[in-house]
Design a protein. Sequence first.
Length: 274
Amino acid sequence: MPELPEVETIKRQLTKEIIGEKIAQVWYDRPKILRPTPKEFTDGVVGKVIVDVQRRAKLLIIELSSKESRSYVVSHLRLSGRLLVRHQNDTPDDYVHATLKFDSNKELRFAEARLFGYLQYVEDKRALDEVFKNFGPEFFDLVEETFFAILATTRKAIKSLLMDQQKIAGIGNIYANDALYLAGIHPETPANEISKEKAEELFSALKKVLEEGLKTGGASDQWYRQIHGEKGHYQEHFKIYGKTGQSCDNCGTTIKRIVVGGRGTFICPQCQRK
DNA sequence: CGTGGGACCTGAACGC
DNA sequence: TGCGTTCAGGTCCCAC
């Protein structure tokens, strides 16, 4: 899923559903899902109460409280992870590899078709800061001037820069493609060669697509689901992502798929010139 | 500093 | 039906 709008959607939904729940038991069938190890994870979380849910970059942070300490579960859904809130006798979900069972009859299921995602126990605030030390600022915390300054730091392809979590946190392939298309910028353009006017257009295009992603509950192209299993709807609003062979809304030119930085990239060859 | 490739894993879609 | 190929929203590591 798992770009900013999808993770933020999950965060908002989890906030309403799991705060106050006490973790009674941990089940898993794939050890690599639970970090650092299933035992350390289980020992860390059992008996603690969920007091907050946050998001940073594409990661979720579930804050736990016990009498004497604050600790955390950090989760990355990578490409195909899902977090589902169910009741303990609800029908099973596909691809579930770990479950946090609560004191109530609710549970949090972690489903992952590709086994890239994980749940990680983080013992205190200092360790949490360590997890996030290499991430750049949140997109929605940026002002335009800071955004321009980031573009000016490098000549690497603008699309790779947008997706570089150390520079700006939260943007992935879908929203990078769509924003560059709206701004009329070729994804391979060196970041520091983008004019101020174009950079302004890109900044507002990013804001627009990310807000639209949030408003529509995220992009459920294939794997992403919200916490009760519903799809989001941003896929119905894709500007260019995944539209190979279709015609551009602006000019009718056939949309092409290219590869930039090893990632599938979609462009209108007419509207996005180098 | 930057890019390109492979690795991590499995599932789905498509061509033959 | 079955097999092979390609692709996948992310990130990390290594060679050049």
